[in-house]
Design a protein around this ligand. Structure first.
Ligand code: ZN
Length: 243
């Protein structure tokens, strides 16, 4: 099975469409979304509707999703994030709202495990260090474990003699996924690693490989829409720089 893996769409519908088109062109029919479909961006409803009708999708709940549907208190978010969550709350209706509200915090099958933050704290932990990777070891079994939340494309693995290792994922470098791995495919809608292009990956379960891709999308079109909606300026500006 070849999975298109992506995370942190954050209401950026233009970026989501570009990523899905790219993955489909690359023969992907099954998709994994590691959470945060809404928040920050201008089109939460369109993103939710696109994903709820995407055949072959498995998705988990992110912290912004949880807050948008009342499953998490908005007080945990900074002012700009809270503004966008409130915006998403007012946009999400009907089946799209039910879809987000019904997402599980964890998904698992014979090929993968998936959570938004970390296995021990699916909605809140930013998994960025080898120590955290080790501390989460008891919380999952099927490798790789796909995560999101930090918007950083990186991986963790159990190296020689059980020593945890980590590194950033780069495009055009095929990762051999053998042993225990955690993989963050980066963010579709709000990358934070200095590259403004949307981030996603392809996991080939049969050959045990993961490859990262960056996809161009029309950043200015999204920023213009955000301006028209009078969204916080910083949320639009940061898309130009990928931070
Ligand atoms: Zn996020």
């Amino acid at each position: 099975m070849r999975y298109g893996v992506f995370s942190d769409v954050h209401g950026n519908y233009v970026a989501l469409k570009a990523v899905l088109e790219f993955l489909r062109k690359n023969g992907v029919k099954d998709f994994l979304c590691c959470g945060d479909i809404v928040g920050y961006g201008p089109q939460p409803l369109e993103c939710a509707e696109e994903l709820m009708s995407l055949p072959g999708l498995t998705a988990v709940l992110g912290n912004h999703d949880a807050a948008a549907v009342g499953r998490m208190d908005i007080k945990w978010f900074n002012a700009n994030a809270a503004w966008a969550i409130d915006f998403a709350r007012r946009r999400l209706t009907g089946r799209a709202l039910d879809f987000i509200a019904g997402l599980p915090e964890r998904a698992e099958n014979a090929d993968f495990t998936m959570v938004h933050g970390s296995p021990r704290k699916p909605l809140t932990e930013y998994l960025l260090s080898e120590g955290q990777f080790s501390d989460n070891f008891g919380g999952w079994t099927v490798s790789p474990c796909f995560i999101g939340h930090s918007h950083m494309p990186l991986f963790f693995r159990e190296g020689e003699r059980g020593v945890p290792e980590t590194d950033f994922l780069k495009p055009a470098v095929k990762l051999r996924v053998k042993g225990r791995f955690m993989i963050n495919p980066g963010s579709v809608g709000q990358p934070r690693d200095g590259d403004p292009r949307a981030s996603c990956g392809v996991y080939d379960a049969a050959s045990g490989t993961f490859e990262l891709y960056r996809v161009f999308y029309d950043v200015e079109a999204v920023q213009q829409r955000m301006e028209e909606l009078r969204m916080p300026a910083l949320l639009a500006e940061r898309l130009s720089f990928g931070f």
